[in-house]
Design a protein around this ligand. Structure first.
Ligand code: ADP
Ligand code: MG
Length: 597
């Protein structure tokens, strides 16, 4: 609050800040707000999505407006209807204690007459998509000839969507002596062109690295045969039971098809593309926001407006044609300081595209292999066990317990646990036991520690471990890697293939380190809780023991692998507090078995 005050905001806005619960300004707000309040200047601000750009321009704009006049003084252009509505709602909250300020949204797919009516009533701020704006200017339904401020929000996305001409037209209807504030995540050529042509010696601020992808995103690629894209996608989903993801396809048709197949296979999936009605799209987005949909299959255009934090994975079912589009896709995850993973399913012939993307985003991809059926079974088994452990007991079952106890009479604890876990596990096991390896061998040179296949310790001496901490304990792949490295005192690249799940994780090291790792994590406690490491039965990263059984059942059928439409736990997914201290405290696998199974 006081920090916002120091930026120069007036009382009515500080009260709104307090209501919004903002404590400290984000970096872009800290840099932009004082400049915009003090000077009449053009500004170029580069900042990733989720960094709080709306408030960075919204507060100064509201403070500088003449609320006594009903003339339109501020125009905000934004790429999509969703963003347009979001900005409008946000600005209304900022202007909560400035009663005479009206903010009107102008966008396609809704009544133009109604929007014109709202403008006519007096809108000091108009938030618009370029297409509808141009339309309304053409019909003289809006007058922007007297604006003082023009804001281009998500400029790179607008240009990506082909709005260059529209923006040019719109700007030619605005006065020369105004301030233009341009906000963008990246600075491609087209954005510099706009800045050069329509702005006067703009001040520039940059948050984070210029043109770089979000560094909290890990980029991975998986090489498969062209016809294995769908089964590969399913396996990636099954390896990440708590996935909350956007899956990108190139065409509307593929988008629809993949979503339908996922739904048929029992996943919580939905489609988002331009052939759906606005109403259908709103329904899908609402379910996604509520996490009832875990896998949202979308086209690039339809996904523009998605502004949901917490997305754990972006999956490129197919690579986009434009490299720039990849940046936008992967930027959907790793928002608001969280880490995320961007996965790409590629065929061998597309591998050169990966290189091109690496050059562009200045970040390396990790070559990964699609998990084998048995690896997925192992992950699902641990996931299920942890889910049972974390399940809150429903007291309503009390009355039924005597009868239920009768049913289970004479069954030993150990056997009972085995049975409970088998209920679900068998579904995965039966489904995956006959499936083949989906990986095609790639060139090898770019691979991360390739060759670990068939057995605990692979030919090149890499070992995979299970560790009983995960996301719920506050770890992501980066921090867990650091934790293990620091605890065991290993070198920078000695811990690899770190896969963090909800309540447990996997990682690899060279075989030489195994003894030290297991010794270090014996009787090892963090905050009173045992942190336990064991050698995993599966080698990790795919290429499993069941290679020989190729030609078996191909994934993709209805038979299993999917998850039940069970939403009971979805709300808890990111609740870090719920992990508690009650870990299974076994030292080696056999001990844990008796503790747990
Ligand atoms: P961007 O436009 O950069 O993608 P937004 O302006 O949409 O980001 O902000 C992302 C989220 O962060 C929104 O939910 C917003 O309410 C919230 N937010 C913005 N500024 C702050 C702040 N200073 N403190 C806490 N939350 C903030
Ligand atoms: Mg924004």
């Amino acid at each position: 609050m006081t920090k916002f005050k120091a930026l120069g905001l007036q009382k009515s806005l500080l009260d709104a800040v307090a209501d919004l619960g903002f404590e400290t300004p984000s970096e872009v707000q800290e840099k932009a707000i004082p400049i915009l309040l003090e000077d009449e200047t053009d500004l170029v601000a580069l900042a990733q999505t989720g960094t709080g750009k709306t408030a960075a321009f919204g507060f100064p704009l509201i403070q500088k407006l003449d609320s006594g006049s009903r003339t339109t003084q501020g125009l905000i252009l934004s790429p999509t209807r969703e963003l347009c509505l979001q900005i409008t709602n946000e600005l209304k909250l900022y202007a909560k204690y400035e009663k005479s300020i009206n903010v009107v949204a102008i966008y396609g797919g809704a009544s133009i007459t109604e929007q014109a009516r709202q403008v006519k009533r007096g809108a000091q701020i108009v938030v618009a998509t370029p297409g509808r704006m141009k339309d309304m200017i053409g019909r003289r339904l809006v007058d922007i000839s007297k604006i003082d401020y023009c804001i281009l929000d998500e400029a790179d996305e607008m240009l990506n969507m082909g709005f260059f001409e529209d923006i040019k037209d719109i700007l030619s209807n605005t006065p020369n002596e105004k301030s233009t504030w341009l906000f963008s995540a990246t600075m491609p050529q087209e954005v510099s062109v706009i800045a050069k042509r329509f702005m006067h010696s703009p001040q520039e601020i940059t948050v984070g690295a210029r043109n770089a992808g979000t560094s909290t995103v890990q980029h991975e690629y998986y090489v498969v045969g062209g016809r294995d894209r769908y089964p590969a996608l399913k396996r990636l989903a099954d390896t990440n039971p708590d996935i909350f993801s956007v899956i990108f396809c190139r065409t509307k048709r593929d988008t629809q098809k993949v979503a339908e197949k996922l739904i048929e296979d029992g996943y919580n999936a939905g489609a988002l593309h331009g052939d759906l009605s606005q109403n259908q799209r709103d329904l899908v987005m609402n379910s996604f926001r509520k996490k009832q949909i875990q896998m949202l299959v979308a086209t690039d255009v339809a996904a523009r407006g998605i502004d949901v934090d917490d997305i754990t994975h972006v999956i490129n079912y197919q690579l986009p044609d434009e490299i720039e589009t990849y940046t936008h896709r992967s930027g959907r995850t790793g928002r608001a300081g969280k880490s995320g993973i961007s996965m790409v399913i590629v065929t061998r012939s597309e591998l050169r595209k990966i290189k091109a993307i690496e050059n562009k985003i200045k970040q390396k991809f990790i070559s990964k292999t699609i998990p084998t059926g048995m690896e997925i079974c192992e992950i699902q088994l641990y996931h299920l066990a942890n889910k049972i452990k974390d399940t809150e007991i429903n007291e309503e079952i009390e009355d039924y317990l005597p009868a239920i106890n009768d049913v289970f009479q004479g069954i030993e604890r150990e056997e009972l646990i085995k049975k409970i876990v088998s209920v679900e596990f068998t579904r995965f096991y039966n489904y995956y036991k006959k499936t083949r390896d989906l990986n095609t061998v790639d060139s090898g040179e770019r691979s991360e520690r390739r060759g670990d296949r068939g057995g605990e310790i692979s030919s090149n001496g890499s070992v995979r471990y299970f560790i009983n901490v995960g996301e719920k304990d506050g770890y992501d792949w980066m921090s867990l890697k650091d934790f293990i490295r620091d605890t065991v005192a290993l070198g920078k690249d000695d811990v690899f293939k770190v896969d963090v799940k909800d309540s447990f994780s996997f990682f690899n090291t060279d075989a030489e380190a195994t003894e030290r790792i297991l010794a270090t994590f014996t009787e090892f406690k963090v905050d009173g809780r045992f942190v336990n490491v064991e050698v995993s039965r599966n080698p990790g990263g795919g290429r499993g023991r069941d290679r020989k059984r190729s030609g078996g059942n191909k994934d993709g059928g209805r038979s299993g692998g999917g998850r039940r439409r069970d939403r009971s736990t979805s709300g808890k997914r990111r609740d870090r507090k719920s992990s508690g201290n009650s870990s299974y405290s076994g030292k080696r696998r056999d001990k844990r078995k008796s503790d747990f199974f």
